[in-house]
Design a protein around this ligand. Structure first.
Ligand SMILES: [Zn+2]
Ligand SMILES: [Zn+2]
Length: 278
């Protein structure tokens, strides 16, 4: 089954996300559980949880993934920011669990000059301190590699996971196509995609990729810039997406869009991808 949806707002209550998802034509989805650029996490109350779960079941919209706030930086050399970030991640994971959502994804962060290895070790040791409840997988999202961010390469992601006490039992990866492209991963042809998936299998293991973010890129290949574009209208173009969403090793993974919120909307992208699906 083609599980494809979009990142939708929880404005007006978490259950509203389910209605919005249905309106876009999606059958899985992603939400924030607080402000994307703030530290505040909303812990849903029992009623909200019930409504969200019931509606998701009724409309068969699943799985959901919670995206962490952009302020999180588990790679920072600064103690205070590290502590605050870890607290936010834990609190968002707790909200994810309450909602019965199986996945939580976030950007690992930036070492801000302390060095890549240092950043990777910091992420791993902070991850080890998380309490990850049964039924929730914590996913590290690959990054475009802008500035001093860590998690640009498959090997950086696997290092963070393998150096942490949780390992792949509780942790995994969420792959973003825009970030991959900007980081210099090529999937423009069938051969390039095979090569990329070969590296992915070797360095992370394709079974450890639990969610996919489908976004085209406003900026060129290997630019390290992170700005999303509508599917096919950016630098990536249509053909790579067609290859990507139909590949036998990827086609059964849930996929969500984080394309620009403008007059085209998510439904334009969802319809387009559905037409590409074989
Ligand atoms: Zn993200
Ligand atoms: Zn993403």
């Amino acid at each position: 089954m083609f599980r494809l949806g979009a990142h939708v707002s929880i404005g007006g209550g978490i259950h509203k996300a389910v209605e919005r998802e249905e309106e876009t034509g999606g059958n899985c989805g992603q939400i924030f559980v607080g402000s994307p650029r703030g530290w505040k996490v909303n812990q849903p109350d029992e009623d909200e949880v019930k409504r969200f779960k019931r509606l998701s079941e009724e409309k068969d919209i699943r799985p959901w993934v919670v995206h962490g706030t952009y302020l999180i930086n588990l790679a920072t050399p600064k103690k205070e920011l590290g502590k605050k970030s870890l607290g936010a991640v834990q609190s968002e994971i707790n909200a994810t669990k309450k909602l019965g959502i199986p996945f939580y994804t976030f950007h690992p962060g930036a070492h801000t000059g302390a060095g890549k290895d240092n950043g990777i070790r910091k992420v791993a040791s902070r991850l080890s301190r998380l309490e990850i409840p049964e039924g929730v997988k914590v996913l590290l999202e690959n990054t475009a590699g802008k500035g001093t961010t860590v998690g640009k390469t498959f090997s950086e992601l696997s290092d963070m996971i393998e150096l942490s006490d949780h390992g792949y039992g509780k942790l995994g990866v969420c792959l973003d196509t825009c970030h991959m492209y900007s980081a210099g991963y090529d999937f423009s042809t069938s051969n390039h995609l095979e090569e990329l998936l070969g590296r992915l299998e070797e360095e992370i293991g394709i079974k450890n990729i639990h969610f996919l973010h489908l976004n085209d890129s406003k900026y060129s290949y290997a630019s390290e810039k992170d700005e999303h574009e509508h599917i096919g209208l950016g630098e990536i173009g249509d053909r790579p997406f067609e290859l990507f969403i139909n590949h036998k090793n990827l086609r059964n993974k849930p996929m969500v869009l984080e394309t620009p919120v403008d007059e085209k909307g998510f439904s334009w992208n969802i319809e387009k991808l559905k037409r590409m699906r074989r």
